[in-house]
Design a protein around this ligand. Structure first.
Ligand SMILES: CSC[C@@H](O)[C@@H](O)C(=O)COP(=O)(O)O
Ligand SMILES: [Zn+2]
Length: 210
């Protein structure tokens, strides 16, 4: 049984996240999708195709981690299975934000490697579990595809084990970024920090200094 008070709080947090991310230019058009874990099998997630800057509770729905709707005939986010995979495999994931920010999109296209390595930045400490600028945070990069189950398999195979055990995010090339955290406030902070760091990496590439 879904806890209705928890659901109402989740809806409010998702609506607010959309407003913030749209104002920051990170979810243009209908890009992006968001969710919050409700219990060990369910999440509140954005309905597919809705503009994330102007969400209301009617643009949100409940599904299980296989993206099967609960009490709704609406279509969940086309990428809801990616959210389900993260909640299933990462017990401490409580909220997930997927954005199409410029920095994430451009950096994922600019690097040839299949990961972005972030190190030496003080702002790394805005990420959960990071306590020093000397940390090395490795963000995997996956090829973009419309075959979401394929991406689920790739994410499952690569995340959660070394060297990605503590990673807070992954990039999808030419598409955007998925970020997860224990709760929505922390997830928003991580989105902001990572975008700043992605932007720094882009600038470094532009000026060819490491
Ligand atoms: C504007 S197209 C973007 C979509 O293809 C997708 O990548 C996306 O982020 C939003 O899809 P959605 O089904 O609304 O969750
Ligand atoms: Zn997307």
């Amino acid at each position: 049984m879904i806890d209705l008070e928890h659901l109402a709080q989740a809806q409010q947090a998702l609506v607010e996240a959309g407003r913030i991310l749209h104002a920051a230019g990170k979810v243009p058009a209908t890009g992006g999708n968001f969710s919050i874990r409700l219990d060990e099998r369910h999440m509140a997630v954005t309905v597919s195709g809705r503009h994330k800057g102007f969400l209301t509770p009617a643009d949100l729905m409940v599904t299980d981690f296989d993206a099967v709707a609960v009490g709704s005939r609406l279509k969940p986010s086309a990428e809801a299975l990616l959210h389900g995979q993260l909640y299933r495999d990462h017990a401490n994931a409580g909220a997930i934000l997927h954005t199409h920010s410029r920095a994430a999109t451009l950096l994922s296209l600019a690097i040839e490697d299949d990961e972005v390595v972030l190190e030496g930045y003080e702002l790394l400490k805005a990420l959960e579990g990071v306590e020093t600028h000397e940390a090395r945070v490795r963000i995997p990069v996956f090829a973009n595809t419309q075959q979401i189950p394929l991406l689920v398999d790739q994410a499952r195979a690569r995340l959660g084990r070394e060297p990605y055990a503590g990673t807070p995010a992954y990039l999808i090339r030419g598409h955007g970024v998925y970020v997860w955290a224990t709760d929505m406030a922390s997830c928003l902070r991580q989105v902001e920090a990572l975008d700043f760091l992605f932007d720094c990496e882009l600038e470094r590439k532009r000026w060819s200094f490491r």
